[in-house]
Design a protein. Structure first.
Length: 289
């Protein structure tokens, strides 16, 4: 019979050691330590506050139907940061990549949310597009980061549910169109579960934004042939957001050859950077707010 007691003790000692070392490096908080204790070493989102009056996805969109973008964003941020999201979004999905960089073999494991940020519960939820500033506040609060275009490609390659993009053309930045687009995606999904992709353009980080601090970068919306509809684009002002934008959170630590490394340290390193970015240099790690 398996010795579950010893396994639990060993896991606890391992993560306690990891916690102590990373605290010394100034990279880890206690909540991240708790995340690491999830089943199979897969982290979970931890919320500092809990929603007292949970709202469904359809109720959320009804409540913001006639509000301003600013009020919609504030309501969405509050709902998400109090845990008013589907239970399926509270645990990350691991993505494993084996690659060779400059003759050296790497095994990396990324932890990504299985879907885009949504509000509601598993039975009634709705995906919510957000500006990069709101998205970054949420990412920082939940110990996450916004993806690079390379990570977006990884996610599409590993997705279990790949759907055909559905462009919409009228009232693109309205709450009505955002909710309609969500319903179209759900009609395509047909209750299939697992890592999903091909349904949104991702808000991403890129070195281009170092000289364009008032812009937002978007990329993705892959077609079935794997080619994205949206190349990397930085033409929109930061506050522009429409139905096609999606926020996918990535856990801020990445496992590289068995070692947990913070994403900023990887992007600073000229070799490790190549594992998660196709840019020669990148010093833009997060959107200002």
């Amino acid at each position: 019979m398996p010795d579950f007691k010893n396994d639990i003790i060993n896991d606890f000692v391992y993560f306690q050691f990891q916690f102590m070392m990373m605290r010394l490096a100034g990279l880890l908080s206690f909540s991240i330590f708790l995340l690491g204790l999830g089943a199979c070493n897969t982290p979970r989102l931890v919320f500092s506050k809990q929603q007292t009056n949970a709202i469904r996805g359809d109720e959320f969109y009804k409540s913001v139907l006639r509000t301003s973008r600013e009020d919609r964003e504030a309501a969405a941020q509050n709902a998400i940061l109090t845990g008013n999201i589907p239970a399926s979004l509270k645990k990350f999905t691991p993505i494993r990549i084996d690659t060779i960089i400059d003759g050296r073999k790497y095994k990396i494991k990324l932890f990504v949310l299985p879907d885009y940020l949504s509000i509601g519960n598993n039975k009634n939820f709705a995906r919510i597009p957000l500006t990069p500033k709101t998205a970054q506040k949420i990412a920082d609060s939940l110990h996450c980061f916004l993806p690079t275009k390379t990570i977006v490609d990884y996610i599409y390659q590993h997705a279990k549910v790949k759907l055909e993009p559905v462009p919409m053309y009228a009232f693109r930045d309205s709450s009505v169109t955002m909710y309609q687009h969500h319903l179209i995606i759900e009609g395509q999904r047909r209750l299939r579960k697992g890592l999903i992709a091909g349904i949104k353009k991702d808000v991403v980080i890129t070195s281009r934004l170092e000289s364009l601090p008032t812009k937002v970068a978007i990329y993705g919306w892959h077609k079935p042939d794997g080619i994205p509809i949206q190349p990397l684009f930085t033409g929109h002002i930061w506050w522009y957001v429409d139905y096609s934008h999606g926020i996918r959170l990535i856990f801020e630590f990445i496992r590289v050859n068995g070692k947990l490394i913070h994403y900023t340290e990887m992007l600073k390193d000229k070799e490790l950077r190549k594992l998660i970015s196709d840019e020669n240099e990148i010093h833009f790690f997060k959107y200002p707010y």
